[in-house]
Design a protein. Structure first.
Length: 279
């Protein structure tokens, strides 16, 4: 568990240079194949001694997260929590919506931050000067607070989905690709809660002969399969010829070379397969 000057040091250095208030931004659910993406932003009072349990939300027990969540809500100078629906993830891709969610969370703060710290990667288009901190949820207090807000919010949403779809076990795995979740997915097929744009979910949908009720942005892995199977030269023709009959999904893919989503068809040049891993 991170403690001491290191945990508050970066925020303190920025504050002393007149760059405060400092906001931390983090997400929960980017790696899941079901449920929403949740992004939070949080501004804390420098060196708040009451937040002794605060650390990366993934390192805490569920009970500890709930305690810290309540404490952060009471003691934060400001915070915001943004829920990105599964439909938006399917329509635009997880990478695009991860960046957009962080922009939305920062913009939703009532206290305009002087500086923003994001966990893991830089986010263009934020409302203030910013920098990314590798493993920031373990080394920067305001990012850790944002991670707790995002994870507890998302876990509670997934527990609510369990009431509607009890056979998937969302209350336990929270939509991540555990062995139990994938076994339930193979047995029952995907639900409206699942991310149909993810390769493992789309593959199961084919086997069950079902299709989503919303537009889906193909992952690069799915597009690659279509291009390998297709005999025509154009992207649209390959999709029509190869993938549509196989997947029977409503398809949405950007034109070749277009798009900034490295986990979707538009990021083909990056050779990223994206989505959830096929097991």
């Amino acid at each position: 568990m991170v403690r001491g000057d290191l945990f508050w040091g970066l925020q303190g250095a920025l504050d002393r240079r007149g760059l405060g208030p400092v906001a931390g931004v983090d997400e929960a659910g980017a790696g899941a194949c079901a449920g929403p993406l949740v992004v939070a932003a949080c501004v804390l009072k420098q060196g708040d001694a009451k937040l002794t349990e605060l650390t990366d939300s993934k390192l805490m027990t569920a009970k500890a997260r709930d305690r810290v969540y309540d404490l952060v809500l009471k003691r934060a100078v400001d915070y915001s929590v943004i829920v990105i629906s599964t439909a938006e993830v399917d329509l635009y891709g997880i990478r695009v919506m991860n960046l957009e969610g962080m922009r939305r969370a920062a913009a939703a703060l009532r206290v305009h931050p002087g500086y923003i710290l994001t966990d893991g990667f830089r986010v263009p288009g934020l409302t203030a000067p910013n920098t990314a901190v590798i493993k920031g949820d373990r080394s920067v207090a305001c990012i850790a607070a944002a991670s707790v807000l995002a994870k507890v919010t998302r876990d509670r949403i997934m527990a609510g989905h369990h009431d509607d779809f009890p056979h998937y076990g969302f209350d336990v795995h929270k939509g991540y690709s555990t062995s139990d979740h994938l076994a339930a997915l193979r047995e029952h097929g995907p639900s409206e809660v699942h991310r149909w744009s993810y390769t493992n979910v789309a593959t199961v949908a084919v086997k069950h002969g079902v299709r989503p009720t919303r537009p889906v942005l193909l992952t690069y892995a799915a597009l690659e399969k279509a291009m390998e199977a297709g005999t025509t030269a154009t992207l649209s023709a390959a999709l029509d010829e190869a993938l549509e009959p196989q997947l029977s999904l409503p398809l949405h893919a950007p034109a070749a070379g277009v798009g900034h989503n490295e986990r979707s068809a538009g990021g083909a040049a990056a050779r990223s397969r994206g989505g959830a891993r096929i097991s």
